[in-house]
Design a protein around this ligand. Structure first.
Ligand code: SAM
Ligand code: SF4
Length: 336
């Protein structure tokens, strides 16, 4: 049996969680992620094939101790035959958790197939329940499709479904309460995520972030007591809180990526759709694995490159520092 090569960085953080972006394309255009017009996408030949993704995933699970994989994008459900890829990854022995983040637009048609293929958990993005606000955020119509997708996913029986809402000043204040009620009615967890500087337009300003504190304040005004219930789990970025709406109790999460970064507990690596391994959302460099594979690199050589990438990880993202510079790639091209 081959020895396990744990992916531990200079600061003692062990990396056992991998996010795989399977496309940089998307069927909507959220302003906090993509440009409204003329988005640039990778040529198809640059994108990893399913076999290449599976090879890297298998290697990182079997040889490097990766325990969970999240499939993301761009919008993962726009990649043709994505269910087939789910089935390939679900077969990797030793993988404890396989999940996906999606905008939900195509979920109504795909939920049952995804579950049957072995997908365990889903995070669905939902910033608003109001169509006009949805159009303002995404520059496309479709909130009803997303809601139908959420309901189809609940029916399909995933192990867990979470809804993710970005917390954006000037937009989210009027949405929070309705979103919490919606989530509690359906028995799913809603998490608010502070808006980060990853938009293609480079328009982000710290004043645009609706902080976790501000969200909690608004929620306690609407629901009364909001009781802290600890972190979801040790390496989870979400702090959880319990509140009740019309006699029903529910859990919400707050992810304070900007105002209270959790870099010290980060256990994540990210693989871009074109095979760049990133040690941080905000990394300025990537380790290109696609060409290494296409040039015939063997597994040991790939592992050396993966270790090197982990070794170069910085202590923190530094959004709060004066010389912070956002990464060259926007969110849809990294994989959130
Ligand atoms: N298209 C899928 C979706 O939207 O769920 C998956 C990819 S998307 C990049 C993953 C997550 O990143 C979504 O929950 C989205 O809301 C979040 N996200 C996108 N841009 C962000 C930003 N600038 N700051 C914080 N989160 C962001
Ligand atoms: Fe698409 Fe997700 Fe980015 Fe919105 S956040 S534009 S749904 S990739």
């Amino acid at each position: 049996m081959t020895d396990l090569i744990a992916l531990v960085d200079r600061f003692g953080r062990r990396h056992n969680s991998l996010r795989i972006s399977i496309t940089d394309r998307c069927n909507i255009r959220c302003f906090y992620c993509m440009p409204e017009h003329n988005a640039e996408f990778l040529p198809r030949s640059s994108v990893l094939t399913f076999e290449e993704i599976e090879r890297l995933a298998r290697l990182m699970v079997h040889r490097c101790g990766v325990r969970d994989i999240r499939i993301t994008g761009g919008e993962p459900l726009v990649r043709r035959d994505c269910v087939e890829l789910v089935a390939m990854l679900a077969k990797i022995e030793g993988l404890a958790d396989l999940s996906m983040t999606t905008n939900g637009i195509l979920l109504r048609e795909k939920a049952v197939e995804l579950r049957s293929a072995g997908l365990q958990r889903l995070n669905i993005s939902l910033d608003t329940l109001d169509e006009a606000t949805f159009v303002k955020i995404t520059r496309r119509s479709g909130v009803d499709q997303v809601i139908a997708g959420i309901d189809a996913a609940i029916e399909a029986g995933f192990e867990s479904i979470k809804l993710n809402a970005l917390a954006i000043r000037g937009i989210s204040e009027s949405e929070l309460v309705g979103l919490v009620r919606f989530a509690i009615e359906r028995g799913v967890t809603l998490r608010f995520i502070e808006f980060m500087p990853l938009d293609s337009d480079r328009a982000w300003q710290s004043a645009d972030v609706l902080s976790g504190d501000a969200c909690l304040e608004l929620l306690s005004r609407a629901f009364g007591q909001v009781t802290p219930a600890g972190r979801e789990h040790l390496s989870s970025p979400a702090e959880t809180f319990v509140l009740s709406s019309e006699g029903r109790e529910g859990t919400i999460g707050i992810i304070r990526s900007v105002t209270r970064p959790f870099c010290g507990d980060c256990n994540r690596l990210r693989l871009t759709a074109d095979g760049g391994l990133r040690n941080c959302l905000f990394a300025q460099t990537e380790t290109p694995l696609r060409d290494a594979m296409r040039d015939g690199c063997d597994d040991d050589m790939l592992i050396q490159k993966i270790q090197q990438c982990v070794g170069e990880k910085h202590a923190a993202h530094g959004i709060d520092s004066n010389n912070f510079r956002p990464p060259d790639r926007p969110m849809h091209a990294i994989g959130g």
